[in-house]
Design a binder for this molecule. Structure first.
Ligand code: GDP
Ligand code: IMO
Ligand code: MG
Length: 420
């Protein structure tokens, strides 16, 4: 069996949670491979809404194993709060979740370091979710980090204290005020809670699933435009959000990767700082935010909104080798008379179809206009009922991107999904 991968092709919040929940029915194993509680993946079903941060989005499906890979960073406090909420819904979360020993831990001081670093940058800040993601991955690559497997060792507290002391030295340089007394107590108790989960040798576990004919669906977090290598650096997250990241973050060989699903919204959003070529600052942008309820699932921040950006999509399809596209939130465009789409850029005055290296380049989108369909699509269940203007919109996208759109999502609920 193979690992199929679901990835966001834009700047995050494409609707990965909803689609993984929909697809989870057909996969016995759902796996997260990067990121941490900076993610907020929303699921709507049976009149309920749930936002997941660390736990994979297959947790509400019976019989699915939800695997948290070594590439993920875990804050025990957030993990416990999330699991307790899931348990309160009658879901046996401990039976459904397995955690790789090599996943790294977010310490209370990692979160403080994130806040101190952002505060020190003033207007130039990344706009981090302040969950301690950057500092935790820095300790991982700096070979100082603590991993989930370490909580089972006898000298864990000593190692925790040593890492905390290192962080405190750095915080002195920032001259940043903080008090972690309460958080630290909560963290230690959450570490005990973590011990009650199935903590496994992740790379063996995942390869065993595959050897035993269990297909794995890998769930990306963030989006490809936030990838640490290929995103709009430095306005990115600190992990590899692209398809290749699933090999590193789970411990599977590239030859084990099967299909790659690329998810995009029918328009664009971004939270935090950094370039956003098609960003709107007018009534259309406000309409997208209002109709799409574009507020961060993790931080509640209003999301920046803009038209669909084809050069950016072509770029992330290339990076990920996308086999099938999934278009989300097209219903948000239901009220628009005219819908625009960037089909190219003028970069510092020169026409180009490439995402430029220079994060600070002046990018002016070249737009194509489409007639809006002006019809409520949220109850449409069959492709044949879709208006002609809508079909023109998606056929143009398919032709330009040269990848078929296999799923169309027309509302947040599981049921509002057309599989073509
Ligand atoms: P993720 O981080 O990629 O999982 O996406 P988020 O959950 O952060 O943001 C997507 C938001 O859009 C959530 O509030 C979803 O409930 C909602 N959503 C998902 N698909 C659709 C859709 O097709 N239409 C509408 N209107 N909302 C959707
Ligand atoms: P999901 O998985 C949208 C953004 C932050 C910030 C930058 C770095 O729900 O799509 P970090 O906290 O990682 O240091 O922040 O990345 N960011 C996200 N934006 N959706 C996310 O996750 C994000 N995770 C991080 O806003 O600009
Ligand atoms: Mg999200």
């Amino acid at each position: 069996m193979k690992v199929d991968v679901v990835l966001g092709l834009q700047w995050g919040d494409e609707g990965k949670g909803k689609i993984v929940d929909v697809l989870a029915n057909t996969y016995p194993v759902i796996a997260r491979f990067q990121g941490g509680p900076n993610a907020g993946h929303s699921l709507h079903f049976e009149g309920k809404k749930f936002v997941l941060h660390t736990v994979p989005s297959g947790v509400f499906r019976d019989n699915a194993t939800n695997f948290i890979g070594n590439g993920v960073v875990i804050d025990p406090i957030i993990f416990r709060a999330e699991c307790e909420e899931i348990e309160a819904m009658g879901v046996p979360v401990r039976e459904r979740v397995a955690i790789a020993k090599k996943a790294h831990l977010i310490l209370p001081t990692h979160r403080i370091l994130d806040a101190a670093s952002e505060a020190s940058m003033g207007a130039g800040k990344i706009g981090s979710t302040l969950k301690g993601i950057g500092p935790t991955y820095m300790d991982k690559t700096g070979r100082k980090g603590l991993r989930v497997g370490d909580i089972l060792t006898s000298n864990f507290i000593e190692r925790y204290e040593a890492l905390k002391a290192k962080h405190q030295k750095t915080l002195e340089q920032y001259n940043f005020e903080y008090d972690i007394t309460e958080q630290e107590k909560e963290w230690m108790s959450a570490v005990e809670y973590l011990k009650s989960f199935n903590i496994v040798d992740g790379e063996y576990e995942i390869n065993n699933y595959l050897a035993n004919d269990k297909a794995v669906l890998a769930e990306g977090a963030q989006g490809s435009m936030l990838d640490v290598d290929f995103g709009s650096y430095p306005f990115v997250t600190s992990s590899s959000t692209t398809c290749a990241g699933s090999c590193i973050g789970l411990g599977v060989a590239p030859s084990k990767i099967g299909k790659t699903y690329g998810i995009f919204k029918a328009y664009c959003t971004r939270v935090g700082s950094g370039p956003f070529p098609t960003e709107l600052f007018d009534a259309d942008g406000e309409e997208l935010r209002k109709r799409g309820f574009e507020f961060g699932a993790t931080t509640g921040r209003p999301r920046r909104t803009g038209w669909l950006d084809l050069p950016a999509l072509k770029y992330t399809i290339m990076l990920n080798g996308v086999d099938e596209l999934i278009m989300m939130k097209a219903d948000v465009l239901d009220t628009f008379d005219t819908i625009k789409m960037a089909v190219g850029y003028k970069v510092d005055g020169v026409e180009s179809d490439r995402v430029p290296y220079d994060t600070y380049a002046n990018i002016e989108p070249i737009y194509k206009e489409f007639k809006g369909w002006k019809k409520d699509l949220t109850a449409v269940k069959d492709e044949k009922e879709l208006p002609v203007e809508f079909m023109e919109y998606i056929r143009f996208i398919e032709a330009e991107l040269n990848v078929p759109i296999k799923i169309i999502s027309l509302g947040p609920d599981r049921e509002q999904t057309i599989i073509r």
